[in-house]
Unconditional design. Sequence first.
Length: 531
Amino acid sequence: MNPSTAQARVLVDELIRNGVEHVVLCPGSRNAPLSFAFHEASLAGRLTLHVRIDERGAGFLALGLAKGSGRPVIVSCTSGTAVANLHPAVLEAQHSRVPLIALTADRPVELYRTGASQTVDQHDVLGVGTLHVPVAEQRDGQHPMWRSLVCRAVAESRRGPVHVNVPFREPLVPDEDTWPDDGREAWTRSEDPWQVTYGSAAHLSPRTLVIIGDDRPERTEAAQHLGWPVIAEPTAGSDALRHGTLMVNAGLPEHLVPEALVVVGRATLSRGVSRLLAQTPTVHVVGEHEWPDPQFNATHATTWLPRPETVDHDWAEEWLTADKATAVAVDDLLADEPWPTGLHVARELVDAIPADANLFLGSSNPIRDVDLVAVPRAHVHANRGVAGIDGSVSTAAGLALVNGPTYALLGDLTFLHDLNGLLIGPDEERPDLTIVVLNDDGGGIFSLLEQGAEEHEASFERVFGTPHHADMAALCAGYRIPHSLVDTPEQFRAALALPHGIRVVEVRADRAVLRGLHQRLKATVSTVLAR
């Protein structure tokens, strides 16, 4: 067969041998050899193929598939600007250590700097380094090299995204139907070296508080059972204080102030937690490639979890008591506030959905609202690597395709930014995905920051609030996606209980009340903790 067809088939075959089960493919000409090979493999039942026409959304769909499965997922596209559109998803995968493999087609090197169409220098264009596959030729001995490169890419993807760049010469279409040997063993076997390990914690006080941010699920699960009180971001798991972040934001009374912290993963949601990290005298951070220490206050940094030598159980019980009192106060406050606000929707969504369902949280206010007032739960995901708003619809769809029923809570700008994530071809598998859009007509999170203060009112609405007046129902209709607009808590719960499929539930809220509500919430909790 022609060299490009042979190379593509060997690469795809070896990816399958290495456990790749899902591929997201974007149409193009230069990547035609890979497109044919992936399609043939899917028809043979060897992998699941997802086709998307938008490379940016395709990258985030692959990210969601990889997040949900914990296995390497391929996103493949043609050359040129198509490759550049994968960069946002690759950045997120890089900072959240998701096993994403960008398999991109390229022009052969002789076309570089010749003015040839769709030809750019794709070396390191995605910022994660590139494994370059040599152009295929009519000679013996190439198959082992190609297979070895694939094995290396899959092994490296366990630590984060990998870019595999493949230049193809014409002809780009197959001229024979012979597949390579379909044995199931990988050419080179490798093992994931990461495991949960523990070490001595003699330097840590019995009054140690554990802070868990975004990290590997194995380590966040282990960190929740060290014996100390735990404040965990929503993606970290369920065995944590319900209102730990809110209590820290309100200001801890002296008897609850920790003497030491153990920080696992990247805790990026709360300024109150950041202040606590900067003020605590002993801070033990746990990370792999980066120390989670943006305050530069870490006294110890390891890749292993510290095992407590002693725990002040009376102090830990005081934390639990304060958390329960805070929960009562928060429920009472929200009962007196007009529905809906983001806090209402976050709390009621988490309470209403099945315990085994996945929940994807958009950046900005949605994940922070869940962090502040919702009961901690398992199976929560978010793009916290670089905390961008783009690609959230596609990421949630990827999660749903591999993990089953999924709910997403997104702000309106986050939803609009990835509206094309709703564009799914008639022959593609459709996710079981309910997207709840908290629509406050603009950038609600800025209302809670410094620029939302009254003295900046003259400039706020145009450059930070950014109202758009988008008609969500009409937009969903254009994509043939069912849409519901709900006005009451009863309607909201009823909409969540509708038959599954891909659908959008819109809740409209008022940005103008946000700043005052959060001030009242903080003051209420501060009063409770001071008793």
